[in-house]
Design a protein around this ligand. Structure first.
Ligand SMILES: Cc1ncc(COP(=O)(O)O)c(C=O)c1O
Length: 360
């Protein structure tokens, strides 16, 4: 089986899975407890925060561990909207954000906020000028994803951030970095991004853990009230095994980024070249898209039917694999996820450097 669904989730590193099991078995103390077991867990938590902060190039106190990027995105959007309601009630985002952003914005609209949802161009992108044009005196937050999880479109988030800091410095900027981190460079030190969401399971870490980078000095209304863990932003006993494993996956994602990106672009190029040989097929991903996502349409049949057909044929008939890059190891095979809400004819697949024969 070749697994082509890495934008949906990635298989955890073996070492990361081992870390979860080891920490869960040995370090079960509550980090808020003052006894030795608790202190050991607190130390692991501190260390994981330091490792994660180093991977992102930020300060440990700017990291809030969450239950995944859905939670991080909710925390950023609702937390800012509620905190700065006195300043204004206008939010800006784009039409191709992840549902955890779009639905959070919708919820705020239902509570009396207003939102501008920017349309994307044919390549799935927005421009800093569109953001500038949508700014209002009562705008409090702009939220734009770095890389789209379905098309692979790369948004000019650093340019948008710089534009906001120079022309509207009181407007906060949130970036959903889930699909970009570990594949594309991103600078959080420049100060143009105030909030940045990540999810562990997109980086070969465990599911159910993520983080929100909150720029130092910025206050949000917490969504969860309780014992005050995670600097008061995320009450609830911390999931130490997952947090430690996540920090390991983050470190690995950051360390090997350039080599991984080069391999992924090569693999993506081969895949696109193969797909281009099929006349009924159109590759929709932008030429300068993210290295790990390929989005295509097939006019011959509905995407779901195509997937099932490919799934069957891929195991048995080599011709069905003419679209696959030669370096893909046929030992790991499975087909991309289809989102029938977008179009019945569209399919997208996502690759990871581990699809290379040399790595499996
Ligand atoms: C761009 C993007 N944002 C947010 C999420 C949500 O992440 P999680 O599964 O950790 O809640 C995903 C996952 O599909 C995603 O691709």
């Amino acid at each position: 089986m070749i697994y082509f669904d890495h934008a949906a989730t990635t298989p955890p590193y073996e070492d990361v899975a081992k870390t979860v099991a080891e920490v869960m078995a040995r370090h079960y103390g509550n980090p808020s407890s003052l006894h030795r077991l608790g202190e050991e867990s607190a130390k692991l938590l501190d260390r994981a925060r330091e490792v994660s902060a180093a991977a992102l190039g930020v300060r440990p106190r700017e990291i809030v561990f969450t239950g995944g990027a859905t939670e991080s995105n909710n925390m950023a959007i609702k937390g800012v909207a509620l905190q700065f309601a006195g300043r204004g009630k206008h939010l800006i985002t784009t039409e191709t954000e992840h549902p955890s952003v779009l639905e959070s914005v919708k919820q705020m609209v239902s509570l009396g906020w207003e939102a501008t949802v920017l349309p994307v161009d044919g390549e799935g992108k927005v421009t800093p000028e569109q953001v500038r044009g949508a700014l209002r005196p009562d705008t409090v937050l702009v939220s734009v994803m770095h890389v789209n999880n379905e098309t692979g479109a790369i948004q000019p988030v650093e340019d948008i951030g710089r534009l906001l800091k120079s022309s509207a410095p009181r407007v906060l900027f949130h970036v959903d970095g889930v699909q970009g981190f570990g594949k594309l460079p991103i600078s959080l030190t420049e100060g143009s991004i105030d909030l940045y969401s990540l999810s562990a399971h997109k980086l070969r870490g465990p599911k159910g853990v993520g983080l929100l980078y909150v720029r130092e000095g910025l206050q949000l209304v917490p969504l969860l009230a309780g014992g005050g863990q995670e600097g008061g932003y995320r009450s609830g006993t911390e999931n130490i095994p997952y947090i430690v494993a996540f920090s390991k996956a983050l470190r690995l994602a950051a360390e090997a980024r350039d080599a991984r990106t080069t391999k992924l672009y090569r693999l993506r190029g081969q895949l696109i070249q193969g797909l281009a040989e099929i006349p009924e097929l159109t590759v929709n991903s932008p030429a300068l898209g993210a290295p790990h996502i390929v989005h295509f349409s097939y006019s011959g049949m509905k995407a779901e039917a195509l997937l099932h057909m490919l799934e069957e044929e891929a195991f048995t008939y080599p011709p069905a694999r003419r679209a696959l890059p030669s370096e893909v190891n046929p030992a790991v095979f499975c087909w991309p996820w289809v989102n029938p809400r977008i179009s019945p004819h569209r399919v997208f697949g996502s690759v990871w450097a581990m699809n290379m024969k040399s790595e499996t």
